[in-house]
Ligand binder design. Sequence first.
Ligand code: 6OG
Length: 169
Amino acid sequence: WMDHKKVKFYTNAFIFHGNKVLLGYKKRGFGLHKYNGFGGKVELGETSLEAAARELEEEAGIKSALKHIGILFFLSDGEDCAFHIDIYRGDGFAGVITESEEMRPEWFSTSADNSPDTGEAPSIPYEQLWETDPYWFPYLLLNTPFRGRADFRMDSEESKLLPCKWWFG
Ligand code: 6OG
């Protein structure tokens, strides 16, 4: 039985520089008040890579040679759409990082320990990412391709969609 009739395609791009990763604090819309990579919906007539580059420039003001590194597939109870998210990694960037109406970009340290060489960058705020991100972030940080799937279900206590089954690797 298949009750998810449509798949929506999204992108998410993470920019690395030295031992830091750039995340955006979401100021509006989906994933409000969470940190995430830069991305959005793949529009009709563009490829996923084109969408990723466009969204990175719209939301952070920069360009980067993006490399496809992961695929996420999410199903949610009560939604007739499944989500396919292409994850991209960019090492280095061109342009000036600019806050947009949607995202406030901030650097975070990729080293587990907060050693002096990471400068002032705080460590990755895992508690402010999407719930399943901590499962695949290690692959992203190690520059290792990955894919994963999670099923979200309405949690009656927290009254929000939370992952109930997942697999990443
Ligand atoms: P707009 O509709 O605001 O784009 N997105 C997720 N990202 C992560 N890391 N984990 C999830 O777990 C996500 N679900 C959706 C895809 C929405 C952005 O949110 C991402 C898009 O980049 C559930 O333009």
